[in-house]
Design a protein around this ligand. Structure first.
Ligand code: F6R
Length: 614
């Protein structure tokens, strides 16, 4: 879950590394460090805590040198101290390594290295890597071969970047398993490496992604790719990625989270633009990768994802069943693996992953691949590992999502799943042209309506100010809105550290009702979507126990609004797509409560944007 950056070229490396780390800080922020090679010597600077600690430590005096690597850490083994911060060195200070992943057999390797006289100074698993490389280089290997041989010794999944003063100007990088991506950036007389595409975009949009088992060796003017067996990979070419680096900046907003909430109308529109065809009605998914007869043959759909992406997948289940007429189920990617779901060539597996690098989702996908299930993925990161495992992809076109809490990729993923279900429904003959026209017409209204809902921001802020001191929240909904109740609770927990639970409202009487008293705010999604009457009874039950009701209701529903302590009115909309609207006030509520409580909304404690640890 850590962030990796590397540079070799003609410019001073340190400022470039720090700028890259700044863009990567959302990955992990327990500590950060850089190593720069100059005149045959490696200078290492590290700081515990956020990147600002490292900057403060440098006091503007950047170590000179034109080749360097940097890391921002999310601690797995060893406390977030300066000693445990990456980069890590070998005994002689000649080899320096940064790493993402877990060396599962590090205790055994540490003991072995110590027995051979190596001096290990940190508590980390990573530190064994520079020492293993050292041993190989002492035995005569070059850096690339030494890294390749080291990969044979360490168990687990890894992204590793290393440099050595014995081969000045060279950086080597490896990807083994699904511990996070490695992207090589091609500049003009300079090369970059990173764990994340967005960290490179201000410098270059020409990139190549390492696949599992690939190793790259870069200098300012060359790049060489080899397999883990040491064979040259001659046909790997850079691709030009379309991200606009400007969109990665915060713009006028105080936080990325708010900026990204506000971007949702555009992201939804970009996600269906050119794909929803109005005349004659159709859906054109450019990278669907599965022939129509495969989609006709499958007898069920299994959707997987984690966190917010799983909540989108839950709506995907509704869409596949209601729009495409196929039985569908949804699972948390991690649990999917443990339950050993019965899937095969007749099961369409649809994964949802903003980053495309979440390890549990990648492992679940690999499992589905082994069992020959056709697979599609919904992803926001072109070239991510999930897009390479799946047979086809529907990219959400949100640009980089920088805030750790997902917002715009939720609504874009929901839109993509809806389009996908329309496509599958059409291919299977379940959806005739007229019904399809209605379906895509409804989606086309989403950007305007979400824009309208964003106009509730000031009202949501007032509600947030009134409720920010409460320590527990309940979110209730039914049907298509139930995943949004889960999402509302997740968002609030993540950014404000308030305990929050999302429940199907029908379940309330089976336990959660015991929690309700005058200190408990209950966010009830009670829209005119077929669940209104039953939600009204649930609201009455909350009121009877003096709970504080925040109602998300349909505009004009005066009866329901009158029953709520605070009412947020949404315009009327198509029931299946109403979650695109209801998600927004809950995102804003979490944001405003968190800022009111003084929380770091873009980088909440203990979280990381891309979870590459199981
Ligand atoms: C919630 C959040 C996480 C992610 C989860 C999956 O705000 O950001 O719950 O949704 O870690 O990440 P991806 O979608 O990258 O697989």
């Amino acid at each position: 879950m850590c962030g990796i950056i590397g540079y070799t070229g003609e410019r001073d490396a340190a400022p470039l590394l720090l700028a890259g780390l700044q863009r990567l800080e959302y990955r992990g922020y327990d500590s950060a460090g850089i190593a720069v090679l100059d005149d045959g010597e490696i200078a290492v600077v590290k700081g515990a805590g956020k990147l600002s600690a490292l900057r403060d430590g440098l006091e503007g005096a950047y170590p000179p040198g034109r080749c360097g690597i940097g890391h921002t850490r999310w601690a797995t083994h060893g406390k977030p101290t300066t000693d445990n911060a990456h980069p890590h060195l070998d005994c002689s200070g000649a080899i320096v390594v940064i790493h993402n992943g877990i060396v599962e057999n590090y205790l055994e390797l540490r003991a072995e290295l110590k027995a051979h006289g190596h001096d290990l100074r940190s508590e980390t698993d990573t530190e064994v890597i520079p020492h293993l490389i050292e041993a190989r280089m002492d035995a005569g290997d070059d850096l690339l071969t030494a890294l390749r041989q080291t990969l044979v010794r360490i168990r687990g999944a890894h992204a590793i970047v290393a440099m050595s003063k014995r081969e000045a100007g060279r950086i080597v990088a490896a990807r083994a398993g699904n511990a996070g991506g490695v992207v090589i950036g091609y500049g003009d007389g300079e090369m970059f490496v990173s764990s994340d595409l967005p960290a490179l975009l201000t410098e270059t949009q020409r990139v190549a992604f390492l696949s599992d088992g690939e190793i790259a060796s870069i200098t300012a003017s060359s790049v060489q790719y080899v397999s883990s067996a040491g064979d040259r990979i001659a046909d790997k070419q850079p691709q030009v990625v379309p991200f606009d680096p400007v969109s990665a900046a915060k713009g006028a907003h105080k936080h990325f989270m708010l900026k990204e909430i506000m971007e949702q109308p555009e992201c939804i529109m970009d996600t269906f633009r050119g794909r929803a065809i109005f005349d004659p009605p159709g859906v054109a998914l450019e990278s669907i990768g599965l022939a129509d007869d495969v989609l006709r043959r499958v007898s069920r759909v299994v959707l997987i994802g984690m966190g917010t992406s799983m909540h989108a997948a839950m709506l995907g289940r509704t869409y596949f069943e209601r729009i495409a007429g196929i039985p569908a189920e949804v699972d948390n990617s991690s649990e999917f693996r443990y339950r050993r779901a019965l899937i095969g060539p007749d099961t369409l597996v649809v994964s949802v992953a903003q980053s495309g690098e979440t390890v549990d989702t990648l492992e679940a996908m690999a499992d589905a691949q082994r069992r020959r299930a056709p697979q599609l993925t919904i992803c926001n990161t072109p070239g991510a590992q999930s897009t390479r495992i799946a047979d086809g992809v529907v990219l959400t076109r949100c640009g980089p999502e920088v805030a750790v809490a997902s917002t715009k990729t939720l609504t874009a993923s929901i839109s993509a799943l809806y389009l996908l279900a329309c496509h599958v429904g059409r291919v299977r003959g379940v959806l005739d042209a007229a019904r399809l026209a209605e379906r895509i017409g409804a989606l086309a209204r989403a950007p305007g309506l979400v824009g309208e809902v964003l106009g509730l921001d000031a009202r949501v802020r007032e509600i947030a100010n009134a409720l920010a001191t409460h320590e527990n929240f309940l979110f209730l909904a039914r049907g298509a809105q139930y995943p949004m109740a889960l999402e509302g609770a997740l968002k609030l927990k993540e950014v404000s550290y308030i305990h929050a639970e999302g429940y199907p409202a029908g379940e309330m009487k089976h336990g959660p009702i015991a929690l309700i008293d005058r200190t408990m705010p209950v966010v009830a999604i009670a829209l005119d979507d077929g669940t209104r009457e039953k939600m009204l009874s649930n609201i009455e039950q909350v009121r009877a126990r003096e709970g504080i009701v925040v109602g998300i209701v349909t505009a004009g529903d005066a009866e329901l609004a009158a029953k709520c302590d605070f009412a947020l009115e949404l315009p009327p909309y198509e029931p299946l797509l109403y979650p695109l609207l209801s998600a927004v006030p809950m995102q804003l509520l979490s944001y405003h409560i968190a800022t009111k409580r003084g929380c770091d909304v873009d980088q909440p404690r203990n979280l990381a944007k891309t979870v590459t640890v199981e």
